[in-house]
Design a protein around this ligand. Structure first.
Ligand code: CA
Ligand code: CA
Ligand code: CA
Ligand code: CA
Length: 282
C-alpha cells in the first residue's frame, strides 16, 4: 500500500541527485531551499513531518519521505524504526506483524500486579501473551497513544464471545450493537479506539495458546484486533474479578480502568463500549 509513495520518493531523489547541494539552505537541514521546493517540504522547518529526522537526512541518508512521519505506512514512525533496527521503507519490517502500536515508554507505566484484583481507576496489569501471528504482544504498547482501549476477555468455546467477535468482524449483529453504539465499528477500523481480545481458554476449556489466537482470528478476522492468548489461563479474568465470558472493560490512554464490566454479571454488559466512545470524543 505504501509502495507508490516510496516510488514517488525515489523518483524525486533521482532528480535531486543531479542538483548541487551548495545552494541556500534557510533551515540548515542539509536540503537546499530549491530542493525543498521540489520535494514540497518546508524550507523553514528542518523536520517538516515532525518525525525526529531532518528533511536532509530523510532524503540523502535514509531515502525516507520527509513529508510523511511513517513512510511505509506500517504504523511506526521513521525515526522509531531506525532507532530499533527496522527498515522504515518496508512495511513488513516493524515491531509487530499485526502493526499493533508500540509504546517506547511502556516500562515507565506503573500498573497493578496481574496477580492482584484491579478496580476502576487502577492502571491495569501488564499482560504479555502471544497473538494470532505468533508475536509476543505487550498490552502496555497500547498505552500512551491517545486512544481508549476495550479489553475483551473471551473464551473460544463461548457463544456470546463468538457473537460479539462476529459483529466486530463485519458479520451478524446478534445483539444489535451497531444500533446501540453507532459508529463503534468504524471507530475501531479507523484506529480511534483499540480493541484487544484476550483469549483465556480454547474450545476444550484448556488454556488458550497461539493456535487458539490464530483460529479465533481466522473465524472472526479484523485486521485491527489483536487476539492475545493469556499466558496464564484466566489470568486477566481473575485480575478483573470476573465470573463469566465475555467481559468488556474500557481503559484510557494511560491504561487506567475507566469502566469495569459488571462483576458476577448474569447478563452481557457492553457499557464499556459507550465509555470508550466518550473517551474517544465520539
Ligand atoms: Ca532546508
Ligand atoms: Ca522528518
Ligand atoms: Ca519521514
Ligand atoms: Ca514506518
Amino acid at each position: 500500500m505504501s509502495w507508490p509513495k516510496t516510488l514517488t520518493c525515489l523518483l524525486c531523489f533521482a532528480f535531486l541527485a543531479a542538483c548541487t547541494p551548495t545552494e541556500p539552505d534557510a533551515d540548515g537541514d542539509g536540503l537546499s531551499d530549491a530542493d525543498e521546493a521540489t520535494v514540497g517540504s518546508d524550507p523553514n522547518n528542518a523536520d517538516t513531518d515532525g518525525d525526529g529526522l531532518s528533511d536532509g537526512d530523510e532524503v540523502w541518508e535514509h531515502s525516507t519521505n520527509p513529508l510523511e512521519s511513517d513512510t511505509d505506512g506500517d504504523g511506526y514512525d521513521d525515526s522509531l524504526e531506525l532507532e530499533n533496527g527496522f527498515d522504515p521503507n518496508d512495511d513488513d519490517s516493524g515491531f509487530y506483524t499485526g502493526h499493533w502500536p508500540y509504546n517506547p515508554d511502556k516500562d515507565d507505566i506503573d500498573g497493578v500486579s496481574m496477580s492482584s484484583i484491579a478496580n476502576e481507576g487502577d492502571v491495569i496489569g501488564r499482560l504479555v501473551g502471544v497473538d494470532q501471528f505468533g508475536d509476543e504482544v505487550d498490552l502496555y504498547d497500547f498505552g500512551g497513544q491517545g486512544k481508549p482501549i476495550i479489553i475483551d476477555v473471551s473464551a473460544q468455546w463461548c457463544p456470546p464471545c463468538m457473537n460479539t467477535a462476529e459483529w466486530l468482524a463485519g458479520g451478524n449483529d446478534v445483539y444489535n450493537l451497531s444500533a446501540s453504539y453507532p459508529g463503534f465499528v468504524d471507530a475501531v477500523a479507523d484506529g480511534d479506539i483499540y480493541w484487544v481480545t484476550i483469549m483465556e481458554q480454547n474450545n476444550s476449556g484448556a488454556p488458550a495458546t497461539q493456535q487458539t489466537s490464530e483460529e479465533w482470528d481466522d473465524d472472526y478476522p479484523n485486521e485491527k484486533v489483536p487476539v492475545i492468548a493469556d499466558p496464564e489461563m484466566n489470568g486477566m479474568m481473575d485480575h478483573l474479578d470476573q465470573g463469566g465470558f465475555p467481559n468488556f472493560h474500557a481503559v484510557n490512554s494511560d491504561l487506567e480502568i475507566e469502566y469495569l464490566n459488571m462483576r458476577n454479571a448474569t447478563q452481557l454488559d457492553f457499557e464499556a463500549l459507550a465509555v470508550a466512545m466518550e473517551l474517544a470524543g465520539l
